[in-house]
Ligand binder design. Structure first.
Ligand code: CP
Length: 329
């Protein structure tokens, strides 16, 4: 794909070579993210960061990534703080805000809303999550993390064995990750969820059409055995009709150190897009895993900065200039 000037709305836009390009640029961003080097390549540029749904890491890491490239960030958080609360359309909002920014990162609770915004925007728009639909930058950082964790074991992404556990119906991160995995070879995917919260059937079909082995189950202990990655997810209670309905599934699949030791292979990497639920009855990933060296959740969040720096550099077409505008610290 041609990155320069493009919106990043769905992982469906990417071929395998595109994903590999993002990862190559993300690797090159490490000295800047770790502040061993400083670049001003985006000096004078403005990121319009518009998060109309709660976010900690996606919003802040988009901002940090842009700052680390020398640009500035203007944030709008919450529909109640924007003129959308007065009835302004996404079209008008996009026309206005794209006049104030060089690129926009946006999250919105409705499926398709970021694409609708992008269609009216005069600058590239990056999807930070649209309802239960997609979270493409999370999927890229997740796959980047998988690549990095497996590389430490002398492995690549092909022939990956992964178990995804939890609310696979509403969890947009697993939707996007499955779509990206379709670009790779010989992947085994075990989908562990209650029957009512299964992965959408069209995504399961895409995995099968890519030649991957897919098993659907509601038995976590079997599902997490003999896999390279356990990818746990939070119950997306904000997408349920009522808290009572969400209560039916709360705390159903809880991974703790004892379960891990009993059922997982010793090298199995534990991932989660975060936030994880810290309420006792709702936990899906226990704090007693915090000292487990295979817990990669905070390596994921760190990698989010690298991947988002890479996307900004590609979309704004400055990859070749990053080093030119750099100095050592
Ligand atoms: N993973 C993720 O999207 O986290 P936030 O909701 O904090 O952005």
């Amino acid at each position: 794909m041609e990155f320069a000037g493009s919106h990043i709305l769905s992982v469906g836009q990417f071929e395998r070579a595109d994903v590999e390009s993002v990862f190559e640029v993300a690797d090159a961003m490490q000295p800047y993210a770790r502040r061993r080097k400083v670049t001003r390549v985006l000096e004078g540029a403005i990121l319009g960061s518009m998060f109309f749904e709660p976010s900690t890491r996606t919003r802040v890491s988009f901002g940090s990534a842009f700052n680390l490239l020398g640009g500035e960030v203007r944030e709008t958080t919450g529909i109640e703080n924007s003129a959308i609360a007065k009835g302004e359309s996404l079209y008008d909002t996009a026309r206005v805000l794209s006049g104030y920014s060089d690129v926009v990162a946006m999250r919105h609770p409705e499926v398709g809303s970021v694409a609708e915004f992008a269609a009216a925007s005069r600058v590239p728009v990056i999807n930070g999550g649209d309802g239960s639909n997609e979270h493409p930058t999370q999927a890229l950082l997740d796959l980047y993390t998988i690549r990095s964790e497996l590389s430490a074991q002398g492995r690549g992404i092909d022939a990956l064995r992964i178990a995804m556990v939890g609310d696979l119906r509403f969890g947009r991160t697993v939707h996007s990750l499955c779509k990206l995995l379709c670009l790779f070879d010989r992947v085994s995917v075990t989908l562990v969820s209650p029957d009512e919260l299964r992965m959408p059937q069209e995504i399961v079909e895409s995995l099968r059409q890519a030649g991957h082995v897919v098993v659907q189950s509601d038995a976590m202990e079997e599902g997490i055995a003999h896999v390279d990655i356990v990818y746990s997810t939070r119950l997306q209670e904000e997408r349920f009709a009522s808290p009572e309905e969400a209560n039916l599934y709360r705390g159903r699949f809880r991974l703790n150190q004892q379960t891990y030791t009993r059922h997982c292979d010793p090298n199995t990497v534990i991932m989660h897009p975060l936030p994880r639920d810290s309420r006792e009855a709702a936990r899906e990933l226990d704090d007693d895993l915090n000292e487990n060296p295979n817990l990669a959740i905070f390596r994921q969040t760190d990698n989010g900065v690298l991947v988002r720096m890479a996307l900004f550099a590609l979309v704004l077409d400055v990859v070749d200039q990053v080093d030119v505008h750099a100095r050592d610290v």
